[in-house]
Design a binder for this molecule. Structure first.
Ligand code: CP3
Length: 319
């Protein structure tokens, strides 16, 4: 349940006076926030409190997270020179990643038997923020760049792959026992563009943890046409958003790939019998896949009643 913490009063209390990215880089605070939804909802795993733009910040990019908006860059990355300046920042070192490693280590200690999922943004989604300068609807500037100047696009996404891969690797080395790569905006791409201009960089990001014994989940929204291509970059599990029923996702993947998903976040605010029927349907459809991690089909809306999330977790455990 991504951004599950946002709906919790204890999360909002913990965050008072601390900017989002400062909270991510405070190991004790990041650890406490990670634990809050686990205590509340008795879920089977925790997801580390951080953000996909944290490695960009640690690499030296001017980025902030504006509440209600999302990641916003000091300046957009549009030209070959802009990309060269990013590459001049150099690799993201384990020393720079120390606040992340410390936060993960504290969290893993406190979680005991409950596994911690580490995560990172995929190069396309990061590039979409960098090229647009902030959130955008169709990621037009990023998609233009990949065709107008493929060499600059490749340089940008390779840089992003190494920065985000280093972030993922630091979390696993500090004790995370599964990983998730978020290509949240990949759904704006055709399969042909994904395969030619994005998949190589995503494979490169995941290659940073290829030598470690850790399962890799790969998720995006609006990716019904991309599921097999997203698996084929090196994922063990494919995350599915709420748009495609899991039995159909399983068919598209040839019945060989475990799935994650895909309760529709909109139904969290529906009357309980409606939500209950939906959760039972998701679990039934997911049961045809070789494995199923029950999760939402995208993040938790901030206004969600947390007691509903607790009830969903209970229901899934009962089933
Ligand atoms: O649930 C968790 O807290 C896990 C940690 C987590 C966050 N962001 C914390 C966060 C994870 C896994 C993410 C991933 C993330 N961040 C993605 C990929 C997953 C997805 O949802 O598609 C993306 C695209 C981002 C970028 C980003 N950061 C967005 C779009 C936003 C929301 C902006 C808003 O206010 O609507 C953020 C901020 C953010 N990241 C919050 C949290 C808890 C909210 C901060 C707050 O308002 O307190």
């Amino acid at each position: 349940m991504r951004q599950a913490g946002r709906s919790l009063p204890e999360y909002r209390a913990a965050r008072v006076g601390t900017a989002m990215l400062d909270a991510c880089l405070d190991p004790a605070l990041a650890s406490e926030i990670t634990l809050q939804p686990v205590r509340r909802h008795d879920v089977d795993a925790a997801i580390f409190f951080s953000d996909i733009v944290v490695p960009l910040k640690l690499a030296g990019v001017d980025v902030e997270i504006t509440p209600g908006v999302g990641p916003v860059m000091g300046s957009a990355v549009r030209t070959a020179d802009d990309v060269a300046r990013l590459r001049d920042l150099g690799p993201l070192t384990p020393e720079a990643l120390q606040p992340v490693s410390d936060g993960v280590a504290l969290t893993v200690d406190a979680l005991g038997e409950t596994p911690l999922i580490g995560f990172a943004g995929a190069p396309f989604t990061l590039a979409a923020y960098l090229v647009e300068g902030g959130p955008s609807r169709d990621h037009l500037a990023a998609r233009t760049l990949m065709h107008a100047d493929p060499a600059t696009w490749t340089a940008l996404t390779q840089w992003a792959a190494d920065v985000t891969g280093a972030f993922l690797r630091a979390q696993v080395l500090a004790g995370a026992s599964a990983t998730q790569l978020f290509d949240s905006w990949a759904g704006s791409l055709s399969l042909a563009d994904y395969t030619a201009h994005v998949a190589p960089a995503s494979a490169r990001a995941l290659s940073h943890v290829a030598d470690l014994d850790v399962k890799k989940v790969h998720f995006g929204t609006g990716t019904s046409e991309l599921l097999a291509a997203m698996r084929d970059v090196g994922a063990d599990v494919v995350g599915v958003d709420y748009r495609l029923p899991l039995d159909e996702a399983n068919r598209r993947l040839g019945g060989t790939t475990p799935l994650q998903g895909n309760i529709d976040p909109a139904l969290l605010a529906a009357p309980w019998p409606v939500l209950e029927a939906h959760v039972r349907d998701v679990v039934a459809r997911g049961s045809v896949a070789p494995g199923h991690v029950v999760n939402l089909g995208h993040g938790v809306p901030p206004e969600t009643d947390p007691t509903v999330l607790t009830r969903v977790a209970q229901l899934v455990h009962e089933i």
